[in-house]
Ligand binder design. Structure first.
Ligand code: FAD
Length: 468
């Protein structure tokens, strides 16, 4: 009998519990992807995500073709498309891996109920997280709002699912499919053209990124992960977001590398995977936090009205503060930004410019290839000081001293703001302090920062102390 395997945020063949369960039950598998951005509520995927998705689906289809099958593409209402596929293929069962966004959880529950009422066999699995978002609870039985005890609890329940191989043969019934281009995922004007020198979407790209990381940046990860001028991290986040690799596959691979000299780096890295788990735990328990402050104490905070000119200068890397501009330009050119720099550009927007964190979250949503509702919402609320276990609002990063500390040779700054390369090293962090040199070296670079850093900081603290 035929089973539909509904691919969603699990674009891989190995370690795929839904696919594995359908095969083990003896079904003939019909692999399907339904494009239904309207069902994602206010957070339909942005342009960079769509560009990645296009390539990831292409890869999944190519991987399926090697087994003898292929990916069936549809678009429109998910339930209606599933019904049409059931009618065309005679499927008696539907399998999927769970997706945890607040907008699609009730949809999935309704689809499960509806299909079961029709007599179909329906199964959903966890293909995305090490722990279901509702699995870990405080001693009082509630959700965690602080990371360390959450992670301590996770480690005390540590167990990883066994690995499973990709099927080598998969024969599927024939049903018609849209062409990938019909989904309209490719950005117009080719803005993403430069991304693909940095990324290889799809399951084999994810595997390769993991291997490169284990052989390279894992060694010294704890010290290097904060330094934006080098590849000091795994660069696995978009692969994890699209489910091209299972988090437990990564954890198994790291556990197998354990030795006295590597434990600190391995534990440090697993802790970052822990933040990803924590973010889904938070979004599940506080589903409003993609839009609203987790800490209601900020609901009366006097954010500055959005000034489009200031926002655009931030978005396009023209603030006059080199580390901020470098980060925003890296994002535009590659679809990613180093974590330390995400914190700095975020702090600058929410504190020095006092703009609402949602403005930043929205821009990241559209431009990051790893845009992820849980990680992005938590990241922005952390930066803004409105979230769980957040940086307190009154702790305002100074982007100049931060750059001197984490990019001491200004290599990262110079890579992304190359017009500053002709300045002496010490002027590259705050070029407005050397106006004559700046005018000679980079006449088009802003002569003054968008906001005086001391004044911006003082205004932010003033607003913080006056919040209602
Ligand atoms: P590594 O250091 O190699 O970490 C391994 C994995 O752990 C990452 O791939 C990611 O899945 C997870 N991880 C690492 N750091 C964090 C963190 N702080 N929070 C949650 N998970 C983490 N990450 C996203 O995946 N999507 C987002 O949309 C996103 N938005 C962010 C917005 C802001 C304002 C901030 C401060 C951070 C945001 N992050 C987001 C978290 C972090 O910046 C990225 O996960 C990280 O830079 C990805 O690089 P990497 O895979 O090389 O990380």
């Amino acid at each position: 009998s035929v089973a539909i395997v509904w691919f969603r945020r699990d674009l891989r063949l190995r370690d795929n519990p839904a696919l594995q369960a359908a095969i083990e039950a003896g079904h003939t598998v019909l692999p399907v992807y339904i494009h239904a951005p309207e069902e994602e509520g206010a957070w339909a995927p942005g342009a960079a995500s769509n560009a990645w998705l296009h390539r990831s689906l292409q890869q999944l289809d190519a991987d399926l073709r090697r087994t003898g099958s292929s990916l069936v593409l549809r678009r429109g209402d998910s339930m209606a498309q599933l019904q049409a596929l059931i009618a065309q293929s005679g499927a008696e069962a539907v399998y999927w891996n769970r997706k945890y966004e607040p907008a699609t959880q009730p949809r999935d529950a309704a689809i499960k109920r509806g299909l079961r009422e029709q007599g179909l066999h329906v199964e959903s699995h966890n293909g995305y997280l090490l722990f279901e978002p509702w699995e870990l609870a405080t001693l009082q039985g509630g959700p965690y709002k602080v990371f360390t005890p959450f992670w301590r609890n996770a480690l005390s329940h540590w167990r990883l699912p066994a690995l499973s191989a990709a099927p080598s043969v998969l024969v599927s019934p024939k049903v018609d499919s849209l062409a990938l281009n019909d989904l309209g995922l490719q950005p117009q004007l080719g803005w993403d053209a430069g991304f693909w020198a940095h990324w290889q979407p799809g399951e084999s790209g994810a595997q390769e990124a993991l291997e490169v990381f284990i052989d390279g940046a894992l060694n010294g990860y704890r010290e290097q992960r904060d330094l934006p001028d080098r590849v000091g991290t795994s660069r696995l986040s978009p692969h994890l977001h699209f489910g091209e690799i299972a988090p437990w596959h990564i954890a198994h691979a790291l556990e197998s590398q354990r030795s006295a000299g590597r434990d600190a780096d391995i534990d440090g890295f697993l802790r970052q995977l822990g933040w990803r788990e924590f973010s889904w735990h938070l979004l599940h328990h506080f589903p409003q936090t993609s839009d609203a402050n987790l800490n209601p104490g900020f609901d009366g905070f006097a954010w500055a009205p959005v000034q489009p000119g200031l926002l655009e200068a931030w978005q396009h890397g023209r603030t006059g503060i080199p580390i901020i501009d470098a980060g925003m330009r890296e994002l535009w050119a590659t679809g990613t930004m180093h974590n330390r720099v995400r914190m700095l550009v975020g702090s600058f927007l929410c504190k020095h410019l006092r703009m609402h964190w949602r403005e930043g979250a929205r821009w990241f949503w559209d431009t990051l290839v790893d845009a992820d509702l849980a990680n992005n919402s938590m990241g922005w609320q952390w930066v803004a000081g409105t979230g769980a276990d957040a940086a307190p609002y009154f702790r305002v990063f100074n982007p100049v001293t931060q750059a001197q500390k984490f990019d001491p040779q200004a290599r990262y700054i110079t890579r992304w703001v190359p017009e500053l390369a002709a300045l002496p090293l010490k002027s590259r962090f705050a070029p407005w302090l050397s106006p004559t040199l700046l005018a000679q070296a980079a006449p088009l670079y802003p002569t003054q920062p968008l906001v005086d850093l001391a004044e911006g900081r003082a205004a932010a603290l003033d607003a913080y102390h006056r919040r209602r």
